[in-house]
Design a protein around this ligand. Sequence first.
Ligand code: ZN
Length: 272
Amino acid sequence: MPELPEVENIRRTLRPHLLGRGIADVQIYLDRIIKWPSAKDFSAGIAGGVINDVSRRGKYLLVSLASQKLLVAHMRLTGALIASGPGDAPPYARVRFSLSDGNCLWYTDVRTLGALYLLGAGENVIKGLRELGPEPIDGQLTAACFAQIMKKRSAAVKGVLLDQSAIAGVGNIYADEALALAGVMPSRKASDLSPEEAERLREALIGVIGQGIANRGTSFRDYKDGDGKKGDNQNYLLVYGRRGQPCLKCGAPLAYARVAGRGTTYCPRCQK
Ligand SMILES: [Zn+2]
């Protein structure tokens, strides 16, 4: 699933293809990808629009139109937005946006669990977007803010990192990586972390997300950026996807357990 660094790279790679372009036409091949409004109103509301900005909040990609409408994409497991020339549809194409310069923006999705929305000015029907916590980058997640989030919650610390209403944009990969880098056991109660541990975890989280962005995202399975290219961050992971392999710090075999309902890889020796 694209997490914050992957969606940020989709944003950065799509932006030069989209900024200032008009959307001449929208072709929907699978209606249920459109969650709001109806597929018909979605197409009608976008066609003729001009793209003003491409931004991101958490794992949501936001395309602002001059009409004040906002196109929102939530990729979930296998969704992707890919800019291309006017040629044939890529595999698993679900929506085609035909641009005024003759090129296309495609929404593709293998598992079809992703979602597209078109919001009017000031309209926000997306509960997950409305209730997002602070961004870990952009300076929003200060030491005081992070300490407060941890102190208030008795759930497993990994579950808190994954809770989009606590902190925006973190998924399974970057949660496992941050906990490994900070040396914190994923199943620890968030409220039991010492102030030093919480601060180490905050810095680790900001670090692994920054590294993920710099390496153009983690392509463990399906992830591709707006140009259809894979990222490199899968080559730099400490624990995610390395179950049973030696810990890069101490050499002990990495353990695997379910924490907060998610598969979790960690070092039983380095993480306390
Ligand atoms: Zn270790």
